[in-house]
Design a protein around this ligand. Structure first.
Ligand SMILES: *Cc1c(COP(=O)(O)O)cnc(C)c1O
Length: 230
């Protein structure tokens, strides 16, 4: 069942790439497995899926310990500074750096452990109060400050677009993030690359790919609805 969902999402990504004149290899599908059991992860691992996303540190580490070692784990949720030391060396990419303080903590812990942590800056493009992330205006100053920190590499930008009925409503948000990444790339800041654009979830990944996303984070469309215990 999950395999069928995976194939469907891959097909949609390929079709969106074609419409946008992009190669499907430019887009990494991150299967967001939060709240789902390891058995679900293994089911699509068998079909070749290797990138998985989790939003909680403890949950990620627990599943990681019970899963094949060649899975690439993406930390996509808000990261608290007191959890930073446990994720060093455990993630392919941290998608959610949203403050100078967090960047400094990552740098400090990475140095201690002799590692480099690949990071994205989370941008709250739509300025929703309920969401984490820096504003569009704060993004370049944060990147300039974080660029000088050892043990941390800025690889691009991430956004969580608003929940909307019609995904077309988020096209402008994705365009804005892409334009911001182009503008920042044009500044040629040392140690900063803008290769990664993490945008698009179940509801809007097709539009995000049309607008240049390199990493889509898809949960529900692959694993089904999430059940949260209260
Ligand atoms: C849960 C989550 C996703 C996946 O959401 P779906 O709508 O289920 O695809 C993507 N990104 C982040 C940051 C998330 O927390």
């Amino acid at each position: 069942m999950l395999n069928k969902n995976l194939v469907e999402v891959e097909k949609n990504i390929a079709a969106a790439c074609k419409r946008a004149g992009r190669s499907a290899e430019e887009v990494t599908l991150i299967a967001v497995s939060k709240t789902k059991p390891v058995s679900d992860i293994l089911e699509i691992y068998k079909e070749g899926q290797r990138a998985f996303g989790e939003n909680k540190v403890q949950e990620m580490l627990k599943k990681q310990a019970a899963s094949p070692g060649d899975i690439k784990w993406h930390l996509i949720g808000h990261l608290q500074t007191n959890k930073v030391k446990s994720i060093i060396g455990k993630t392919e990419l941290v998608h959610s750096v949203d403050s100078q303080r967090l960047a400094e903590t990552i740098s400090k812990e990475a140095l201690k452990q002799g590692a480099v942590v690949n990071c994205l800056i989370e941008v709250n493009v739509a300025q929703e109060e309920s969401k984490f992330g820096v504003s569009v205006d704060e993004t370049l100053p944060l990147i300039r400050a974080a660029a000088n920190l050892p043990g941390l590499r800025i690889c691009g930008l991430m956004t969580i677009a608003p929940f909307v009925e019609n995904p077309e409503e988020n096209r402008a948000v994705f365009r804005q993030l892409r334009q911001l990444s182009v503008d920042i790339a044009g500044q040629n800041i040392d140690n900063v690359s803008m290769k990664v654009l993490s945008m698009g979830m179940t509801n809007d990944y097709i539009v995000a790919v049309e607008e240049g996303s390199t990493h889509v984070r898809v949960g529900t469309a692959i694993f089904g609805e999430r059940m949260y215990s209260i």
